[in-house]
Structure formats: C-alpha cells, structure tokens
Ligand binder design. Structure first.
Ligand code: ATP
Length: 235
C-alpha cells in the first residue's frame, strides 16, 4: 500500500477555550476523493481549516507527504501543495475574475493548471475575466474560488461546502467538473452537507459528530442507516 498523502493523528483544534476537534484520525490516499459529512457544527470546516494551516494545531498532528505540517502557516502549507476552496468562497471583491485567479497562481508550483486550463474547465470565466468578481452569480463565484485553488497546482485540494446556496443546475455543473479536476492524480477532500452528492463522488467517507469521527469506511460498503446513526447520533 502506498503511503497516504495526508494523515491526521489525534488532531485537536480550539477556538479560545472551546474545543472543536477531539482527537481526529484521518488519512487521505494518493489520488482519492474523500468525503467528510456531518451535521452543522460537527467540526468539518475546522478540520479543513486545520489541514490548510488556518488553525493552531500540534506540529505532529498533521502530516503531508510524510512531513509534519501541523505548526505551519497557511502560506507554507499552500507552498507544499495543499489548496483550500473555502466555505463562502472568500473572493477579493475589488478584484476582477482574472486577478482573483492570478492570486492562486502566485504560489509557483509545477503542474497542469494555468489560466488557460481554468478557462477551459469553466469557459464562462473567460468571458467574464475582466468583470469584478462580485458581479458574478454565486455559482460563477464558486468556479472562481475553485479555479483560484487550482492555479496553485495543489496535490491535495480541500472543498468546503462547494454546493451550499447554489442552484441545482450549477451544482451539477460543478460536480460534473470534478473528474476533470481530480482525474490527473490530485487528491481531494470534500465537505458536503448533501450526503448523496458526497457519496456519489467519493471512494471513502468520514462522518464527524461533535468533533469526533463517528464513522469511516468505503462509500459502497456503508449503509444509509449507519450514516444516519453516525450523522445524527440516533440509535
Ligand atoms: P457548518 O456546516 O455549520 O459549517 P461544521 O461541521 O463545518 O459546521 P465548524 O464550522 O467546524 O463545523 O464548527 C465546529 C464548532 O466550532 C461549532 O460548535 C462552532 O460553533 C465552533 N466554531 C466555529 N468557528 C468558530 C469561531 N470562529 N469561534 C468560536 N467557535 C467557533
């Protein structure tokens, strides 16, 4: 078995005195799409933010390609090859579509992703490249956020609630684009409220409940009942 590209071991995370993660053990294999599901407040965003270097975690609690990264800053983690598509997109409102994309490209890593490649994936962004990012629809803004992450040519991409608040047709467009994104061997972690969507694209799934892993397994082998139990904590 090849080494997982990412491991967390006993991962804890705090917001001041509030503990949001309690000893999360997780691994992401090379080239796999992993889904994280769980109710509101379960700790899904905190987990992704921890991996992306946006929380304070123990140095040895997260390893990427065998290297401890838990104490690194977000820019250092990005330079190693992890990109986050954050919840709520968090684009720079005063910048154009293309300027937002180029910000992701400031992290110089070799790979297939460039402005042209992003425009090929989402042609509407090329048409709108000189417009302010705020003038785009929510779905198009999500495409910019994904494109910005891809521009750093990450080996691991983290998606936080990519379909939240988007129209079903746009969600379909974005999910249809996923194979073209991860097909080149990139690994992905997808946090998703829509369990069916999450299961449809992932090979393995972890369920978080109140900051702990309540279920993990291969997508095809986990029953809906087990997911409901792990998700809501009902017996
Ligand atoms: P959601 O789907 O609502 O985003 P989530 O599973 O992503 O939920 P997190 O956002 O990781 O959950 O939140 C985990 C816990 O940490 C929640 O109890 C939340 O209230 C708390 N929390 C999140 N952000 C902060 C913050 N900035 N300050 C204090 N507590 C926070």
């Amino acid at each position: 078995m090849p080494e997982p590209i990412l491991n967390t071991r006993g991962l804890t995370a705090f917001y001041k005195d509030f503990q949001a993660l309690y000893g999360v053990d997780l691994s992401v294999d090379q080239g796999e799409v992993l889904a994280i599901i769980g109710a509101n407040g379960a700790g899904k965003s905190t987990l992704l933010r921890s991996i992306a270097g946006l929380m304070r975690n123990g140095a040895d609690q997260i390893a990427f390609k065998g290297q401890p990264i838990g104490a690194l800053r977000a820019d250092q983690v990005a330079a190693l090859g992890i990109a986050l598509v954050p919840e709520g997109r968090q684009l720079f409102p005063s910048l154009s579509v293309e300027e937002n994309l180029l910000i992701g490209g400031r992290i110089k890593r070799p790979g297939p992703w460039s402005l042209e490649a992003v425009y090929k994936l989402f042609p509407i962004l090329k048409e709108r490249r000189n417009q302010a990012s705020t003038s785009l629809s929510g779905g198009q803004q999500q495409m910019v956020a994904i494109g910005r992450a891809l521009m750093s040519n990450p080996d691991l991409i983290l998606f936080d609630e990519i379909s939240l608040g988007l129209a079903p047709i746009i969600i379909k467009d974005i999910y249809d684009a996923l194979p073209g994104i991860v097909g080149g061997g990139m690994s992905a972690v997808i946090v998703e409220q829509d369990i069916s969507k999450a299961l449809s694209v992932s090979s393995r799934v972890y369920c978080l409940q109140e900051g702990r892993v309540s279920l993990e397994g291969a997508t095809g082998e986990i029953s809906r009942e087990a997911i409901s139990r792990a998700y809501f904590g009902v017996e």
